[in-house]
Design a binder for this molecule. Structure first.
Ligand code: B12
Ligand code: SF4
Length: 502
């Protein structure tokens, strides 16, 4: 069997991830598929081994069977342990190992110390192209690596060296579309169909977000924003529809409607081509003028997610979110009035948040009345402003190899148990109020509605009770003091039994 130049893989693996298995909303690794199509176009022999539906043992067997010259692995903050495993197996199979994606760039020293040959920082298309050239005659020398932009590697003395940042691709239209045929794309559609009753395909229309939210990772695209042309995206949508006939699309952009004119032109182009596929996307309240909302409705937007994050303007400002709470409420109404469901992301536990702020968040949700909302307890991602803000108070008892940024604990903050209870209270308090409102508006309220309300009410009370029980007694906020023995003990027990999502 011919040895491929490059094998691309990743550590997202449903079999190993009970939380993702429960959610069951997998999408293909678009970054790797973009790399695959670019590199094939440049004449390289590329295999993609998609770990999503495989066991890690199968991925290992594929690496050992194919014995690629280079293995490229995508890493995000939740997949570190598996990325390290993949790197170890790839090294043992004689490959030159390159990591990329949003996570490795913030941890170059650690990954390189564990035998990885190169960490790519930023976009990977040109970097991998050059690395494939450089590895053709065997392991490249430090001098050769020094001439490749956008990488970190170790020189002969073991010192970590970083090269000049990689220039970003100027013309996204010049890039081939993601290599969806390199993987079993149909399996993703079938999984969505089985678990959610409809099939879905993802695509992106732009790269990068210029906004400044302090907790958001910008390690790949920086704060730039580059768009594909309306016609190139419409062509891709048309191809996706012809090839896969999905029930829905997901525009996986950071902020789908960030460019008003583009959104309006895109809606017009889809309409001209008679393409109307229901879709989901993410946006911001300040990027949703009435005409944009109309355009979304016309295009078939089924659900739009807004990063509402908090109902406290003080916290939104501290996050540098640059959004007005009142605009979120107003835009939610505008979207719903046009038949578009609204989902919201809510973050608890941001630096400086008090219980009064949490109350404001609950009120905000009740006023906004989104169709659904998801909560997260804030976690500092390395490389973000939020991480820098709390860096001197961040700790974890787990070794680096085994933990993720989600396992980091911030000394002086309320405990995990407190946030677990606060989430329970917030979610059920809001559900209770919204259910009660719906019942009162209903002409024929049933016993079942009352029972559901009672269940929400009880769960909200239980959450409140938990908050009171686990609230820090010293009355201090983030203080900078070191961990107390009690906190350390609590973290140990929580880390042994807590879920990855909170
Ligand atoms: C779609 C998406 C998802 C989807 C699908 C993921 C998938 N399979 O693609 C879902 C919903 C599953 C998801 C989940 C999560 N996500 Co997500 N997601 C995204 C999102 C919005 C788009 C990804 C994308 O397609 N990008 C476009 C492609 C072109 O970019 P790319 O993937 O980065 O690839 C480029 C480079 O990174 C590089 N590259 C990539 N791989 C490799 C490999 C090699 C060898 C090389 C050299 C280069 C290279 O080259 C590529 C092309 O230029 C990004 C934000 C973003 N804009 O990227 C967040 C993002 C990746 N997600 C993030 C997070 C935090 C998560 C979650 C942890 C959130 C959670 N609630 O739990 C989970 C993790 C799930 C898990 N267990 O792994 C963070 C990651 C931060 C970090 N430091 O790791 C991001 C960056 C959002 C953010 N701004 O904070 N996510
Ligand atoms: S959270 Fe959204 S709007 Fe804010 S910087 Fe990140 S991608 Fe941009």
């Amino acid at each position: 069997m011919k040895r491929p130049d490059l094998l691309l893989t990743h550590g997202y693996c449903l079999e190993e991830d009970p939380v993702e298995r429960q959610v069951m909303m997998p999408y293909p690794p678009l970054g790797l598929l973009y790399l695959s199509s670019h590199l094939k176009h440049r004449g390289h022999d590329v295999s993609v081994v998609d770990s999503t539906f495989e066991s890690m043992a199968t991925v290992r067997a594929r690496i050992e069977e194919l014995r690629p010259r280079v293995v490229g692995i995508y890493g995000n903050l939740l997949t570190r342990a598996r990325v390290l495993q993949l790197a170890e197996w790839s090294k043992a199979a004689g490959a030159f190992v390159v990591l990329g994606g949003p996570e490795p760039a913030g941890h170059c020293e650690e990954y390189l110390a564990r035998g990885v040959d190169v960490v790519a920082v930023g976009e990977g298309e040109q970097t991998l192209d050059e690395l494939l050239g450089a590895t053709r005659a065997g392991r490249p020398s430090a001098e050769i690596l020094a001439g490749i932009d956008g990488i970190a590697y170790r020189d002969d003395s073991g010192a970590v060296c970083r090269t000049t940042p990689r220039q970003q691709l100027e013309d996204l239209d010049a890039q081939p579309w993601p290599d969806r045929r390199a993987i079993d794309t149909q399996r993703y559609l079938d999984t969505w169909q089985t678990h959610h009753g409809f099939s879905s395909v993802s695509l992106i229309t732009a790269r990068g977000c210029p906004f400044t939210c302090t907790w958001c990772s910008h390690s790949v695209f920086g704060r730039t924003h580059r768009r594909r042309s309306v016609s190139d995206v419409a062509d891709e949508v048309e191809w996706i529809v012809e090839t896969y006939d999905p029930d829905r699309l997901w525009y996986a952009d950071d902020v789908f409607t960030i460019h008003r004119r583009w959104t309006l032109d895109f809606a017009a182009e889809l309409s001209r081509r008679n393409l109307r596929v229901p879709f989901e996307c993410i946006s911001r309240a300040d990027c949703l003028s009435d005409e944009v909302v109309d355009a979304l409705a016309e295009m078939g937007c089924h659900r739009l997610w807004i990063g509402a994050e908090s109902g406290s303007q003080k916290i939104l400002d501290a996050m540098k979110r640059k959004t007005r709470r009142d605009d979120v409420q107003d835009r939610t109404r505008a979207l719903q009035a046009r038949g578009i469901e609204v989902g919201m992301f809510i973050m608890l536990g941001y630096e400086g948040e008090t219980e009064a702020d949490l109350e404001e968040t609950a009120e905000h949700l009740k006023r906004s009345a989104p169709d659904t909302f998801l909560t997260t307890v804030s976690y500092p991602i390395k490389g973000t402003d939020y991480y820098d803000l709390v860096a001197d108070r961040v700790g974890s008892e787990r070794p680096w190899d085994e933990r993720t940024d989600r396992d980091l604990r911030i000394s002086g903050r309320q405990s995990d148990r407190y946030y677990h209870a606060a989430t329970r209270w917030l979610v059920n308090d809001v559900r209770f109020e919204l259910a009660r409102r719906r019942r009162r508006e209903s002409a024929t309220p049933g016993t079942f509605d009352r029972l559901r309300e009672a269940r929400y009410w009880l769960a909200a009370r239980a959450g409140r009770w938990g908050m009171n029980r686990h609230r820090r007694r010293d009355g201090r906020g983030a203080s900078g003091r070191p961990w107390s023995t009690d906190e350390a003990r609590e973290r140990r027990s929580l880390e042994a039994g807590s879920s990855a999502r909170d």
